[in-house]
Design a protein around this ligand. Structure first.
Ligand code: GCW
Length: 848
C-alpha cells in the first residue's frame, strides 16, 4: 500500500485516478524487483541538446525525466548543454538531433535517416537517442520509455524510419463544440463557435499522438464552417498550434470550399477556383495564417460531396479545386489533402447499373497527373464508406502520377461507436496488404500510399479519430488500442498487429500475463465477431444508414445513398460484374478484376459485394448464403458473450475504475450483439422464408414475450417498427407523450424445471428519459435498474423503439421453482415509456 501511495505522490499534477487520461503513457511504476537494478545502472543526467522550451527535443528531455521517475522511481537531472564533465556517452542519457549530435565532435553519425527517423542506442544504462530532426528525437525518447515501461531493459541499437511522411489524424469537430461521429463527449478544440479557451487537453492529446509518431492533425470537421477562417479563429488556431508544437504535431484545418463567397464570409462575389479575386483571397488568407503559424500543416478539403460546395459548381475540375489551395500553400511548404470521397448522394436504387462504389474512380482517374506536387488525394480505404469489410478502393491503383493517402477510421462510426469492442487493425491490414497488381507487378496498397510503388515523395495516412472531453479520450478504454495501433502502423504498416496490441496492453494495463492474454484474446476476436453479427459475405454493416449508424436495419440500405444490398425474397447482393452488373470489378487492374468478376474465384467474404445470388447459392465453404448468415450471426453473438466472463476473470488485476467501465460496456455489447443477431437473422428469415437448418432463428424456447405476460397498470402492446427490432415484432409500453410518468406491470408464471437460471430482460433504452424498472420473483425484489444508458454510453441514441435502443440486461443466478411468478414493474419517464420486449429464463450456458 505504501508503495502505491508513493507512486501517487510522484505523479502529482497528472490526474491520479485511473480514468484513462494518460492512455498508454501511464508509466506505471514497475515492481521493485524489476526496476531497482536497472534504475541504479542509469547515469544521473539527461542531456537534451540545443533545445528551446517549445522544441520537441526539450519535450523529449522532460518526458525522459518524468517517465524514468515514474517507471523506475529515480529522478535524473536535465542539462541542455553538453559540457566536458559530461563528455563520455556512458555518463548520461543523451537526446538530440543528428546535426546537434554531430557537432559534439566526439563521433559523427552517418546513418541512413529519413525525416522523422531516429537512432536509439542502449548500452546498459547509457542511452543515446538521435533524431533526423527534432521530432525524430522525441520519437526515439518515447520508444525508449515504451521499452522500459514494458520491463524491457535489453541493450539495443536500432534505426527506425517512417514508411510514409504523412501520418495525420483528422478530427471531425464542429465550432459549436459538437463532434460529428464522436462518441466521447464534446470537443477539446472548440466551444461556442470559437477555439476553446482552455487547451490543456489539446497538449495532452498532442503528447499521446507524438508517442505513436503522428506528425499532423486537422482539427475540424470536413463538413467545414467558413468561420474557421475569420481573424478570431486564426488567432485561436495559433494557440492550438502553440500547444501541439512541443510534440512535433503540425496543425491544419478543413476548409469549406465556398468560404470567401456569398454563402461564406461574403468577401468575394463567387467561389469559382479560377476567379482572380478568389485566388487572391485564398493566397492572402493562407499568407495570414503562415504569418502567425509558420509551421502550419495545410488544408483538408471535402468538395462536392454530401452537400458540400466544390469546383464542380463552376464546371471546374476537382483538380482545379485542389490546385487553388496548392498554389496558395506551396510557397510555405504546406500540403493540401483533397478527399476522393466524392459521389452522388442522390442515387436511384431502381437503376441496376448504378453504383456508388464506382464514384471515386469515376471522378478521379482522369485527373491523374493534374494535381500539383503538394496535393495528396486522400482515399477512404474502401469504395463505399468505412464498412465492416470492403475491398480496397480501386482508385489506389489508378493514380501513379498523384500523391495519395489512405483514410482510415479510428472512430467506430459503423463499428459499434465505441460501445462494442472492435480492434480494427485486422480490418486495416486486409486493405494495406492488398495487392492491386498494377501492371502485373506487386502493388500493395501500403506501398502505393507510402509513395514507394509509384516513386512519389509524398503520401501516407489520415485517421479519423474524434477524441472528446471524456477523460479516456475515445469514450472507451479498450478502443484506445485502435489509436495506438493506427499511429504505429502509419509508421510501419508491416508491424504485427497482435504485437502492437500487446505493447499497448502492457503500457495501458500492465504486464501481468493473464491481463495481457485476456485483452489480447478478446481484442483479436472482436472484429471477426462484429463482422459476423453485423454484416458478413461483403454485404456491408447492415446498420441504419439513415439514422444513427449504430444498430441493425438491413432494409435501410435500399435508399438514395447508394449502399444497396438488393435483397429481395430470393436473392441478395450487388452485381458489380462487368458482364452483367455495375462494372465495378472492372475498375481493378486486370489480374484482380478477373478474380472479382468470376463468382467462382471471388472469396466468400466478398461474395455479396460483387455478386447478386440466390440465398441458396453455395459458398466455397459448402454452406448456402442464407445458412451462412444464420450461422455467422449466431457465432458472432456467441463470441461476444464470452468477452464478459473473460474480462471478469481480471477482477483485482485491473484497477476498479477501469475494470468496471469496461465490464459495463462488454455487458452492453453482449446484449446488443444478440439484438443484431436476432434482427438480421430474423429479417432475412422473414424475407426469404428459408428456415435455419439448426432451428434457432425465430425460435426462442427460453423467452417469454412481454406482450404475452399478464399486463396491468398502463402497459399495452405496441408493434415495433422496424419489426425485426423486437422479439415477435412486439413490445409493451406505458402511456405516451413527453410528460409520461405512468407505470405498469407485466407478470408471468414460470413453467420451467426448478433450478438456478440467469434471467435476461430485453427492453429498449431510448434518449429523452430514464425509465425505472424493477424485477420481482414471487413479490421479492430481484433487481432494479434505470433506462439510463444515455448517461453511461457514448453511441448515438435513438428516440424510438428500434434496434438502436434495443438492449438487454442479465440478472445472474436466480433460483426458480416451477410455478414462481416473475413480475416486472416499469415506471415511464418522459420520452421513455418503460418499454419491455421479453424476459428469458436461461439455464446456465444457454444464450437465447
Ligand atoms: O459516412 C459519412 C459520415 C459523415 C461524414 C462523411 C465523410 C463528416 O456518415 O458523417 O461526414 O462520411 O466522411 O465526409
Amino acid at each position: 500500500m505504501r508503495a502505491r501511495w508513493g507512486l501517487l505522490a510522484l505523479v502529482a499534477g497528472v490526474a491520479v485516478a485511473e480514468n484513462g487520461l494518460s492512455g498508454w503513457l501511464r508509466y506505471a511504476s514497475l515492481p521493485d524487483g524489476q526496476r531497482q537494478q536497472y534504475a541504479s545502472s542509469l547515469p544521473p543526467l539527461i542531456v537534451a541538446l540545443n533545445s528551446t522550451s517549445t522544441s520537441p527535443v526539450y519535450t523529449a528531455g522532460q518526458e525522459l525525466q518524468d517517465g524514468i521517475q515514474r517507471i523506475l522511481g529515480r529522478k535524473l537531472e536535465i542539462s541542455h548543454e553538453h559540457s566536458t564533465s559530461t563528455s563520455s556517452n556512458s555518463s548520461f542519457v543523451l537526446v538530440g538531433t543528428l546535426s546537434a549530435y554531430n557537432k559534439l565532435g566526439s563521433q559523427s553519425l552517418s546513418t541512413d535517416f529519413a525525416p522523422d527517423g531516429f537512432w536509439l542506442n542502449i548500452k546498459g544504462g547509457a542511452v543515446t537517442i538521435v533524431g533526423q530532426n527534432e521530432r525524430g528525437a522525441l520519437y526515439g525518447a518515447f520508444e525508449y520509455l515504451s521499452r522500459i515501461a514494458q520491463g524491457n531493459f535489453a541493450d539495443a541499437d536500432v534505426v527506425s524510419n517512417p514508411d510514409a511522411p504523412i501520418r495525420w489524424v483528422n478530427e471531425w469537430d464542429n465550432m459549436d463544440g459538437t463532434i460529428e461521429r464522436g462518441y466521447a463527449g464534446r470537443s477539446i478544440f472548440f466551444a461556442n463557435g470559437s477555439v476553446a479557451t482552455d487547451l490543456t487537453r489539446v497538449s495532452q492529446y498532442a503528447r499521446l499522438l507524438a508517442s505513436v509518431r503522428i506528425n499532423g492533425i486537422i482539427v475540424n470537421n470536413v463538413n467545414a464552417n467558413p468561420r474557421m477562417l475569420t481573424n478570431e479563429t486564426i488567432a485561436g488556431l495559433k494557440r492550438i498550434a502553440d500547444s501541439m508544437r512541443p510534440y512535433g504535431i503540425r496543425v491544419g484545418i478543413s476548409l469549406n470550399f465556398a468560404s470567401p463567397g456569398p454563402d461564406g464570409l461574403k468577401e468575394t462575389a463567387t467561389f469559382d477556383p479560377l476567379d482572380p479575386t478568389v485566388i487572391a483571397w485564398w493566397e492572402a488568407k493562407t499568407n495570414q495564417i503562415y504569418q502567425q503559424i509558420p509551421d502550419w500543416a495545410g488544408y483538408l478539403v471535402k468538395a462536392n460531396s454530401e452537400g458540400q460546395p466544390g469546383p464542380l459548381t463552376y464546371n471546374r475540375t476537382l483538380a482545379d479545386g485542389a490546385n487553388l489551395f496548392a498554389r496558395a500553400l506551396r510557397p510555405h511548404g504546406g500540403i493540401i489533402m483533397f478527399r476522393a470521397f466524392v459521389y452522388n448522394s442522390n442515387m436511384n436504387p431502381a437503376v441496376w447499373k448504378d453504383d456508388r462504389a464506382n464514384a471515386a474512380y469515376d471522378f478521379f482517374k482522369e485527373l491523374d497527373g493534374e494535381f500539383l506536387d503538394n496535393v495528396i488525394v486522400q482515399i477512404k480505404y474502401g469504395p463505399i464508406d468505412f464498412q465492416v469489410r470492403e475491398p480496397a478502393s480501386p482508385l489506389f491503383a489508378h493514380l501513379p502520377n498523384t500523391n495519395t493517402a489512405i483514410e482510415l477510421q479510428i472512430t467506430q462510426e459503423y463499428l459499434g461507436q465505441q460501445d462494442h469492442l472492435v480492434y480494427i487493425p485486422p480490418l486495416w491490414k486486409t486493405i494495406l496488404d492488398f495487392d492491386m497488381r498494377v501492371g502485373s507487378k506487386p502493388s500493395l496498397v501500403r506501398d502505393i500510399v507510402s509513395g514507394q510503388r509509384f516513386s512519389r515523395t509524398l503520401g501516407g495516412y489520415a485517421g479519423v479519430v474524434n477524441v472528446g472531453t471524456n477523460p479516456n479520450w475515445l469514450g472507451s478504454h479498450l478502443a484506445m488500442s485502435n489509436l495506438y495501433a493506427y499511429g504505429r502502423l502509419a509508421w510501419d504498416p508491416t508491424g504485427d498487429i497482435q504485437s502492437l496490441l500487446q505493447d499497448w496492453i502492457r503500457l495501458t494495463f500492465g504486464s501481468e500475463p493473464s491481463v495481457v492474454k485476456v485483452i489480447t484474446d478478446i481484442s483479436m476476436a472482436s472484429w471477426p465477431a462484429y463482422e459476423n453479427y453485423t454484416g458478413n459475405l461483403g454485404i456491408q454493416t447492415l446498420t441504419d444508414i439513415l439514422y444513427t449508424h449504430f444498430g441493425p436495419c438491413p432494409q435501410c440500405q435500399e435508399n438514395r445513398w447508394g449502399q444497396w444490398t438488393r435483397a429481395d425474397k430470393s436473392t441478395i447482393g450487388m452485381d458489380r460484374t462487368v458482364s452483367n452488373g455495375t462494372g465495378n470489378s472492372g475498375q481493378y487492374p486486370p489480374e484482380v478484376a478477373a478474380v472479382f468478376e468470376n463468382l467462382e474465384t471471388t472469396p466468400d467474404n466478398f461474395l455479396l459485394w460483387f455478386h447478386h445470388v440466390n440465398y441458396t447459392h453455395r459458398l466455397h465453404s459448402g454452406k448456402t448464403v442464407i445458412q451462412h448468415f444464420y450461422d455467422a450471426h449466431y457465432d458472432g453473438a456467441a463470441t461476444a458473450q464470452t468477452f464478459v466472463p473473460a474480462w471478469q476473470s481480471l477482477q483485482g488485476k485491473v484497477d476498479g475504475e477501469r475494470f468496471d467501465d469496461v465490464l459495463f460496456k462488454l455487458r452492453f455489447q453482449a446484449g446488443h450483439a444478440l439484438v443484431w443477431r436476432d434482427a438480421v437473422a430474423g429479417y432475412y428469415y422473414n424475407l426469404s422464408g428459408i428456415a435455419d437448418e439448426a432451428g434457432r432463428v425465430g425460435h426462442h424456447p427460453y423467452r417469454i414475450e412481454a406482450e404475452s405476460m399478464a399486463l396491468s397498470g398502463g402497459y399495452r402492446p405496441v408493434a415495433v417498427d422496424p419489426f425485426e427490432a423486437a422479439s415477435n415484432f412486439t413490445a409493451i409500453v406505458v402511456g405516451s407523450g413527453p410528460n409520461n410518468n405512468g407505470s405498469g406491470e407485466a407478470a408471468a408464471v414460470l413453467d420451467f424445471p426448478s433450478g438456478t437460471y440467469d434471467v435476461a430482460v430485453g427492453y429498449f433504452d431510448v434518449a429523452g428519459g430514464r425509465a425505472h424498472y424493477g424485477a420481482f420473483l414471487n413479490g421479492e425484489p430481484l433487481h432494479e435498474w434505470y433506462g439510463d444508458l444515455e448517461d453511461r454510453l457514448g453511441h448515438e441514441f435513438s428516440t424510438k423503439l428500434d434496434a438502436h435502443s434495443a438492449t438487454r440486461i442479465t440478472i445472474p443466478d436466480v433460483d426458480v421453482k416451477r410455478g414462481d411468478v416473475l413480475k416486472i414493474i416499469g415506471l415511464a419517464d418522459g420520452n421513455e415509456p418503460a418499454p419491455l420486449d421479453y424476459v428469458a429464463i436461461l439455464p446456465k450456458g444457454v444464450v437465447d
